[in-house]
Design a protein around this ligand. Structure first.
Ligand code: GLY
Length: 332
């Protein structure tokens, strides 16, 4: 088990080395997450770490914060529904020893990340979907909760007036977080989390309600190992946010980790995959946002995105958190 001592290692951490190559041999305990709402998640993860939780406990506790927040319309309770009015959740959790659990199209359950962890801990499988995932959640004692809050229902009914199936790109940049119905980062996005301890061990988590008003049955990048999240011992981890289809088609997070394995820094590895998506997709990704966040086992952080507006939160071993803007490939 990762104890507070092993996470902190008694080290003084003197700064965030966002986007830099390896500078120090010694790992620095670090928690990173996507978007500015990741700061509150990181705080919960840090508290779990201080209490002696494992790295899986840390990322699970962190992911549970936006899942329980009704103001967050892209994750968990209060998430925007699919085009038929059902809120469906996707989540994955992963350690650096091949441990994986995931759920997709989970309904009536607030903490998709905890159900994903149960898949990892209690079943021989890595992914449960739809009705089977929801039944598993009930069997495991997770309470049945109607996830469709009045504001989310109102936004859905508003959308039904036109029913345009056109993902609104980079809404977080246009309107800022925590805007009203159908506005802000919370229309469609994801929390992806990565954590490492002072021994260089790692874990990650990713959880979302997916694209607002998606087709019923649509599953994005988030719960798919290698797309929304990937972690490899001794190499590093990556997670993604934005339009999931563009991440899934290139196995984005696995590609970032492959670049880390080949010797790129977390920053360069994120840049490589974003440039690859842009080159591969050309005009098809015009106005689309995709962002990647990467962490090395030594606590080095990288982030890059297609369009301006992707932010991420970094918490160091002292508990200090900074929210940073990721550089982007395009100006707008
Ligand atoms: N990135 C989350 C999704 O597309 O569902």
């Amino acid at each position: 088990m990762t104890t507070r001592r092993t996470f902190l290692g008694g080290m003084a951490v003197t700064g965030i080395a966002a986007g830099t190559a390896a500078q120090a041999a010694a790992p620095r305990a670090t928690i990173v997450s996507t978007w500015d709402f990741g700061a509150a998640a990181n705080a919960a993860g840090y508290a779990k770490m201080r209490a002696g939780g494992s790295l899986l406990d840390v990322v699970e506790a962190a992911a549970m914060v936006p899942e329980a927040d009704p103001e967050n319309h892209s994750v968990g309770y209060g998430g925007y529904p699919d085009r038929d009015g059902h809120v469906t959740l996707d989540a994955v959790i992963m350690d650096d020893a091949g441990g994986v659990g995931a759920v997709a199209a989970l309904e009536d359950t607030v903490h998709a990340i905890s159900v994903a962890r149960r898949v990892m801990d209690k079943t021989p499988h890595t992914l449960l979907v739809g009705e089977g995932a929801t039944r598993f959640a009930r069997d495991q004692g997770f309470p049945k909760v109607d996830l469709l809050t009045p504001p989310a229902e109102q936004a859905w009914r508003e959308w039904l007036k036109t029913s345009q199936y056109k993902p609104e790109a980079n809404v977080e940049n246009k309107r800022g977080p925590h805007a009203g119905p159908r506005g802000g980062a919370l229309d469609h996005d994801t929390i992806g989390l990565l954590a490492c301890d002072v021994l260089g061990r790692m874990a990650g988590a990713c959880t979302t309600s997916g694209m607002a008003f998606k087709m019923r049955g649509r599953v994005g990048d988030s719960p798919q190992v290698g797309a929304g999240l990937y972690v490899e011992r001794g190499v590093g981890g990556a997670t993604s946010t934005g339009l999931g289809e563009e991440v899934t088609r290139v196995s984005g997070s696995a590609r970032v980790v492959a670049s880390l394995r080949a010797g790129l820094s977390p920053q360069r590895a994120c840049e490589e995959v974003v440039r690859h998506i842009a080159q591969l997709r050309g005009d098809a990704i015009k106005g689309v946002q995709v962002g990647f966040l990467a962490l090395s086992p030594r606590g080095e952080v990288g982030a890059f995105c297609l369009l301006p507006g992707f932010t991420y939160a970094v918490t160091d071993a002292s508990g200090a958190t900074v929210v940073l803007k990721a550089p982007s490939l395009f100006a707008a």
